[in-house]
Design a binder for this molecule. Structure first.
Ligand code: ACM
Length: 259
């Protein structure tokens, strides 16, 4: 998606229009797709922050029921005096849950509170999906935790500006043998003399590292692939190597991991 800064009704309608063209069972939208990204302060974003009863989630609840599909996407979430960079997952049965971005990138630290919810997985047709947001990709612990919890699919809503993630996710998918669905925005935003260009390249990566699709750097649209989520249940990379069972937790001790 391209996104109009601070124009929630336009962005939500635009996302709904894109979704109406699709028959996908699971749809992933970018990070903060309803508000845009470059807010200057918590005060500035507060007017656009919502909770589960807000316009954004209510709009997607309706279309998820109508189209009998699951939709996840990022929004600024208000809870009491805090604002989180969050994503929702809605489905035909209602709101499945909310994820709060754990690893805040750069100036987000001035605006959002870091995520404080435990990681959890959501059941979609008997498979397990986890949510993460943008910079969370750089911390392999999130994807690993989800994989160890039994994730088959990781839905990754993003506003990527650094170039590394689309290629790095191939490794992240492979080392955990899970599907990744990356939905990144395109276009640019500016604030004062600072300009951010978002790199696009939304993609779907399979547990064997195969890139099933990758969008362009400035192409907007719905990009679809058919996946077989049970492929993520096979953690063998050779007949004699299982990515979980071969781990040596005695060697990489908790003391090191917590350093
Ligand atoms: C990012 O985490 N939005 C780069």
């Amino acid at each position: 998606m391209n996104i109009k800064f601070a124009d929630v009704s336009y962005n939500v309608e635009h996302a709904l229009d894109l979704i109406k063209r699709s028959d996908a069972r699971l749809i992933v939208l970018p990070e903060l797709f309803n508000t845009g990204y470059m807010f200057d302060s918590p005060e500035e974003i507060l007017a656009f922050a919502e909770d589960k009863n807000g316009f954004t989630i209510q709009s997607f609840l309706r279309i998820a029921k109508e189209k009998n599909c699951y939709i996840t996407g990022g929004f600024a979430e208000k809870e009491r005096d805090k604002i989180y960079n969050s994503s929702f997952l809605v489905g035909p049965e209602g709101l499945s849950g909310i994820y709060r971005k754990v690893h805040l990138f750069r100036d987000e630290k001035k605006i959002f509170s870091p995520g404080n919810l435990p990681l959890r997985l959501y059941n979609i047709d008997g498979f397990n999906a986890g949510l993460m947001i943008c910079f969370d990709w750089l911390f392999p612990e999130i994807a690993r935790s989800y994989a160890l919890m039994g994730a088959d699919i990781i839905c990754h809503s993003a506003n990527l500006v650094l170039p590394y993630c689309p290629d790095a996710l191939i490794t992240r998918a492979l080392e955990n043998r899970v599907f990744f669905i990356l939905s990144n925005r395109i276009g640019k935003e500016s604030m004062g003399d600072r300009i951010l260009r978002f790199i696009g390249k939304s993609e779907i990566v399979a547990p064997d590292g195969d890139v099933l699709l990758r969008a362009g750097t400035d192409t907007e649209g719905i990009f679809e692939a058919e996946i077989e989520p049970s492929m993520a249940r096979d953690k063998n990379i050779t007949p004699l190597n299982n990515i979980f069972e071969d781990r040596r937790c005695d060697i990489y001790s908790e003391k090191i991991l917590k350093k």
